[in-house]
Design a protein around this ligand. Structure first.
Ligand SMILES: Cc1ncc(COP(=O)(O)O)c(C=O)c1O
Length: 322
């Protein structure tokens, strides 16, 4: 590069301010800096944090509605479970992190009473900074970063028309890693890319035995040909907070809509013959799949169970459906 400029501190930050000005990012807490900032240009992490160069960290994304952060406790419990599985020490406990979340949301003014938009909390616990090695023992200790941002739900049209799902060629993550919500999401990213490149909304992969798993950041749920509500076992997928809650809420489905609710090993044929297929996750709620590979599901229209579960979940979140 010919004209590489050597910038001073002020010029450097001025340039960052031009690029990093996403107005959706309302506030960030950083244990690295030891405080909260509301200027998106300053929402940075150190490049030698092992979360950046090795993916050595864990994270959570939590939806915030007028009723507050949704499923905060299960999300934080999963965050700590993920951290424990990779021997990552967290200096705060669940109660203290909840308190930090509450304080950041207050600073971020989410939800804003004048315009009751939704929000999202993005929490990261990293191995920490100190060097560029893969050695987890050489850092200055784990760090906590939390971003509070505004959130726009997926367009209504997607729920009215349904989405498409394909089978990815990406190998599945080994069970231990499927159950850690780590910052190392390369297989998930490649799966998303594969879906977009092939003109699909979502992709999911299969275990070596041919069992159906999950999407890049969402679980799967079906109403099988016998009218049962079934999700793939959590042995090889992430234990989704939204899926777990949705399965609880399924008790409130209208009489006779599903005959039984359980987890099982599901095959591609189970999906092909399913009455309904749904993608379930924090940002989506319950999203109906109307096309699986080349075939239409539930006649190419969202099924009744998906619609009712999405409504039940919305009410549970404190969203109003008229
Ligand atoms: C791999 C994977 N599966 C499933 C989910 C859904 O989990 P939740 O409902 O807790 O968002 C996520 C969430 O990000 C995910 O990353």
């Amino acid at each position: 590069m010919k004209n590489m400029e050597h910038l001073n501190r002020n010029d450097w930050f001025d340039r960052i301010a031009k690029h990093n000005n996403n107005r959706q990012y309302k506030a960030m807490f950083s244990s690295w800096v030891g405080g909260v900032v509301t200027d998106p240009a300053l929402m940075l992490v150190p490049i030698d944090d092992h979360m950046v160069h090795r993916g050595d960290g864990v994270f959570e994304a939590i939806r915030v509605t007028a009723a507050g952060p949704y499923l905060l406790k299960p999300h934080l419990e999963r965050l700590f479970a993920s951290a424990e599985k990779i021997s990552l020490k967290v200096s705060l406990n669940i109660g203290e992190i909840s308190q930090v979340c509450e304080n950041i949301l207050e600073i971020a003014k989410i939800p804003d009473e004048s315009s009751p938009g939704e929000g999202m909390l993005r929490i990261f616990i990293s191995r920490g900074f100190g060097d560029f090695s893969p050695n987890p023992y050489t850092t200055q200790g784990s760090q906590l970063y939390i971003v509070a941002m505004s959130f726009t739900p997926l367009a209504l049209e997607k729920y009215e028309k349904g989405v498409s799902l394909m089978i990815s060629k990406e190998p599945v993550k080994p069970g231990r890693y499927a159950q850690v919500k780590s910052c190392n999401y390369l297989p998930n990213v490649m799966m998303k890319k594969e879906a977009i490149d092939k003109g699909y909304d979502f992709a999911m992969n299969l275990t070596a035995e041919g069992f159906v798993t999950e999407g890049p950041t969402e679980n799967l749920l079906i109403v099988n040909s016998a009218g049962e509500l079934v999700a793939p076992k959590f042995d090889y997928t992430l234990r989704g907070t939204t899926l777990v809650r949705t399965l609880e809420l399924a008790e409130k489905l209208s009489q006779g809509m599903v005959s039984r609710v359980y987890l099982a090993d599901l095959s591609v044929d189970d999906l092909r013959s399913a009455r309904e297929i749904m993608m379930v996750g924090t940002t989506l709620g319950v999203l109906p799949v109307t096309k699986f590979e080349n075939a239409l599901i539930s006649g190419g229209r969202p099924g009744p169970v998906a619609q009712q579960l999405h409504e039940l979940l919305g009410r549970d979140m404190g969203l109003s459906y008229s």
